[in-house]
Design a protein around this ligand. Sequence first.
Ligand SMILES: Nc1ncnc2c1ncn2[C@@H]1O[C@H](COP(=O)(O)OP(=O)(O)OP(=O)(O)O)[C@@H](O)[C@H]1O
Length: 340
Amino acid sequence: MNQTIILDKETPLLEVNNLKTGFKIDKEFHNAVNGVSFSVKKRQIVGVVGESGCGKSVMSLSIMKLLPKGIGQITGGEIKFEGKNLAKLSDKEMNKVRGKEISMIFQEPMTSLNPVFTIGFQIEEAMFNHMKLSKAEARKKSIALLKSVGISRPDKIVEEYPHQLSGGMRQRVMIAIAIACQPKLLIADEPTTALDVTVQAQILELLKDIQEKNEMSIILITHDLGVVAETCDEVIVMYAGNIVERTNVEALFYDPKHPYTNLLLGSIPKLEGETDRLASIKGIVPSLKNMPAFGCRFTDRCPKAMEDCKHITPQLARVSDGHEVSCLLYEESYPIESVR
Ligand SMILES: Nc1ncnc2c1ncn2[C@@H]1O[C@H](COP(=O)(O)OP(=O)(O)OP(=O)(O)O)[C@@H](O)[C@H]1O
């Protein structure tokens, strides 16, 4: 039965509940996303930060249901988009959502664009998947789209191939493809990392413009806390497959709680002219096979770790309105004040 779900203002566009995604390694499943819950409201930009290997990309590939077949699998939880649980959709049903309702852009557009097809062909292909248009209408629309993402001489560029464009222009093309069908949610996985600083700023500005114009929501995955400060409304901090802190941007920078968040913020280079890209924190994110089965996964690297952290698994809990932390130091039932 076809059900129409009407969203009221408060209903999140996306609601992820206890999502678990695992990879089969030596015949066993290991969770790269380990019970993650968060929501994205309409028109909201939610940043996802954390070091390499924390599960940011696996989480977004799970939402898109683009996990490598036979290797990666959603093993639990819900991904409710406009009330519909994407985790339960068939490939065929998901094809109607992908590109139309939810789109994704990746770090390196050269690997996402097909080198043997023209830019116009690739934008129009995205449109033909979801819209009924004549070739002439699609061409007109792709020229307009290229113009809207700030590409000059769009009528010439539609005839060109990806290798003829600069990195910044290719990323603009990727954005044009992603927004061709006016999706409600865009997932941008490190969209500016491969670009130089000036172009990065232009692309972020463009994303913000489009987000406002199209009333779109964005999940922005980034290593760059400067990008978060400039762009996001809310932030999720991930560590080893878990959300360790979730808050608004102001609180992330002015009132961070989790020791991991504090270290990430402390690792922003202070020299003028440097970017805010994360520098290293002592130690490494455990690999999937070496994930501790109990306790906080950050214990080994945490400057505030206590004996109990090895044994008691912390839960994401509210510390103030809209601010949640997963750390024993902030669990009300845990009898400690002085080390916070
Ligand atoms: N295809 C795969 N097979 C097995 N393990 C994988 C696969 N893809 C990712 N992983 C593992 O899942 C974990 C999370 O990886 P993920 O790529 O989501 O991290 P990330 O936070 O996005 O890092 P980065 O910023 O480097 O992209 C890592 O331990 C990674 O090795």
